[in-house]
Design a protein. Structure first.
Length: 694
């Protein structure tokens, strides 16, 4: 029998292992490609701002998932190589040199990996479509139609091309060092991590919360502290690694506490210790991936929880702002007329005028000073809107901000210094006013309307200013509630109200109306382009208008309905990215479990020959499965909950407790899923292993 015939026979014998390797590569490349296709899809990029926090978080999750998939591929390649060692030993025994064996293995690897990678790239598009279609069964809008992000396909190809040589270099290094004696003891290969103390684990338990607490404390700080949050986050990740490292020598800890308990499970502790390096890396990476999964959904839920809170707590059921184009048609009389047509009555009705101006925000560090748009109103209008009485001198002004959250509440007006500088093109120069202590609103004005941030002036000062400013820079606001008894009345009335405002504006969205004054000022200072009004047709931009148009009429019912409509792409993208990350963690756990059971079979056989009963063997295998499954789950879930709580608490989010509870519920869901997978795999793995061993 020739060498070629022997190789062909061994290849047929190893067909199952080759198919498993190919399947793992196809799944890995397809998952990374599908995630990239959705991340760079026009469906996503046209809705999410490329440099916005939401998109950056999604990109970061994509990078973490690719890292997890890379670790999974390394594990798969390691298992594949160990399964090939018997074939390698036969070829070496027949007189082939390690270099010749490497050449033969390289040709086989290139064929298997190349075909699998190509298949993964081709399947990434249908995989993305299937996943997106399943998600949109529960949340489908006109903005969630599936479109391919070809940049994601390119990244999948680059990832496959980069991973192949790395995997082969790892394999080649082991094949070149292969010896027949070592191959005979492949299953008994040990990777001890010596550690007889509990200090790494205790230090890890300290570093995780300490790093997260310091992360939350330093977030938003100025100077050097503002650059440290990421380093503090790395401290927490180091803590996770130290705890994973400690788990591989947990037997030594148990021995110091109770020798009786240690000797009762001596074989279990020694098996973990023998594979210390493998366990540490697998437990650490899968813990981080599960933490990222929960954090991705938990943290990003804060935007929707906040939106829901602001809508629910809005003091006015309806709010309308009209510019100079709409003032003749959108009036108090017209709104009352619509109410009467629909059999409704306004329970309270407040109207007031607002001026669009530019305000220079001055900070302790003058280099941070900036001009920004500001809405100005009078004492009387502010009192009618909020019921808050103010004492403002004629040469003073009072800043107001509505619902800025816990973190924002602490430093709302702290950084502003000196007088307030206001500018308007119709004024001869800057208007300088004394800045009074600001007011932080608590559901006094609708947060989802542009007037939630105001500068309030004395009535006489405001009236004098209003006479100098043309109608182009004035907004008329109407705020009211109704006595609607059913949703049908509200919906019909709001549709007519919206049509009234659209017709009055000529069907055009004034996209930069609030920037009209500040654009002139910036151009005068040489820090901005020539001011130009931007108008967009309402038709075809309905969703954009609902999200960004300053003059789009507000309704509690409509805002609640639009909440998921405007955030559908956002929800689907983050959910899919989290799903891929979780799958990467689960794949790592599964391949580690498979490799562990395979390598430990000789130890099981020796233990059975020495008298280990079948129930005790089942308990031993169950303990190994439980460690690999539940340590990453518990560690990742706890870390994610703490991380979400700290990051949300460091931002201007008011519903910190609600967001934290979302992370807790997600963690409970992940734990439940892992418990189900544990029992399913335990049943199959224990039964098959006992059959093979006995």
């Amino acid at each position: 029998m020739t060498i070629q015939e022997i190789v062909r026979k061994m290849t047929r014998k190893n067909l199952r292992q080759n198919l498993v390797f190919c399947f793992a590569v196809i799944v890995s490349i397809a998952l990374s490609g599908a995630n990239g296709i959705l991340l760079f899809s026009p469906t996503v990029t046209q809705v999410l701002i490329a440099d916005g926090s939401t998109y950056l978080i999604a990109v970061s999750m994509y990078a973490v998932s690719v890292l997890g998939i890379s670790v999974f591929l390394i594990y798969v390649n390691t298992v594949y190589l160990k399964n090939k060692m018997s074939e390698t030993g036969i070829l070496l025994a027949l007189g082939l040199s390690p270099r010749n064996v490497c050449d033969m293995a390289r040709r086989e690897f290139v064929l298997l990996y190349g075909c699998s990678s190509l298949g993964g790239i081709l399947l990434s598009v249908p995989a993305a479509w299937i996943c997106w279609s399943v998600c949109t069964l529960f949340l489908h809008t006109a903005e969630t139609s599936f479109r391919i992000g070809w940049k994601g396909v390119l990244f999948a190809a680059v990832f496959a091309a980069a991973a192949g040589p790395v995997l082969w270099m790892i394999s080649r290094r082991k094949l070149m060092r292969a010896e027949i004696i070592r191959i005979m003891h492949t299953k008994e290969e040990q990777e001890f991590k010596e550690n007889d103390t509990v200090w790494p684990g205790l230090l890890g338990l300290l570093l995780i919360p300490a790093g997260l607490l310091l992360f939350g404390w330093s977030s938003g700080k100025d100077g050097l502290l503002g650059r440290l949050p990421f380093l503090f986050l790395l401290v927490s990740i180091l803590g996770i690694y130290l705890i994973a490292f400690q788990m591989t020598s947990v037997g030594n800890v148990v021995r110091h506490v109770s020798q009786k308990a240690y000797f009762r499970r001596l074989l279990f502790y020694n098996l973990i210790r023998q594979k210390g390096k493998q366990y540490t890396l697998a437990l650490f990476v899968s813990s981080v991936l599960i933490a990222v999964t929960i954090f991705g959904i938990g943290f990003n839920s804060s935007a929707f929880i906040e939106m829901d809170y602001f809508i629910e707590k809005s003091p006015y059921e309806y709010a309308v702002l009209a510019d100079e184009r709409e003032r003749e048609q959108v009036t108090g009389e017209a709104i009352h007329g619509l109410l009467e047509e629909h059999g409704l009555e306004a329970l309270r009705f407040v109207d007031g005028e607002f001026l669009i101006m530019a305000r220079e925000h001055r900070y302790e560090d003058p280099s941070m000073n900036e001009w920004a748009p500001e809405l100005i109103t009078s004492q009387s209008t502010f009192l009618a809107l909020t019921g808050i009485k103010t004492q403002i001198p004629e040469d003073g002004c009072l800043p107001f901000q509505e619902n800025i959250g816990f973190a924002g509440r602490e430093s709302a007006f702290r950084t502003f210094t000196g007088d307030t500088f206001l500018y308007h093109p119709d004024l001869p120069g800057d208007l300088i006013l004394k800045t009074m202590d600001g007011i932080i609103g608590e559901n006094d004005i609708n947060k989802t309307v542009a007037v939630s941030d105001l500068v309030v002036l004395h009535d006489r000062t405001y009236q004098k200013l209003s006479r100098q400013i043309t109608g182009r820079y004035k907004l008329q606001g109407y705020f009211f509630d109704t006595d609607a008894k059913n949703g049908g009345q509200e919906k019909a009335f709001y549709q007519d109200l919206r049509e009234l405002t659209i017709d009055a504006s000529g069907g055009m969205i004034w996209d930069n109306i609030l920037d009209s004054a500040v654009a002139v000022k910036k151009h005068m200072l040489g820090i901005g382009p020539s001011p130009k009004d931007i108008f967009l047709p309402y038709e075809g931009n309905e969703l954009y208008a609902a999200r960004w148009d300053t003059l789009y009429p507000f309704s509690k019912a409509d805002a609640s309905a639009n909440k998921l409509e405007t955030g559908a792409v956002y929800i689907l993208l983050v959910s899919f990215a989290s799903l891929v990350t979780f799958l990467a963690a689960t794949l790592i756990i599964s391949i580690k479990l498979s490799n562990t059971i395979w390598q430990d079979q000789p130890s099981y056989q020796k233990a059975v020959r020495l008298g280990l009963s079948r129930p005790d063997l089942a308990a031993l295998i169950t303990g190994q499965i439980a460690l690999v499954y539940f340590f990453p789950t518990v560690c990742g879930c706890v870390s994610a909950i703490l991380l979400v709580h700290q990051i949300v608490g460091a931002t201007a989010v008011s519903q910190v407790r609600s967001v934290t509870w979302v992370a807790v519920l997600l963690s409970m869901g992940v734990c439940f899923l892992q418990i189900v997978l544990f029992f399913l795999l335990r049943y199959r793995t224990v039964r098959r292993t006992i059959e093979m061993v006995t």
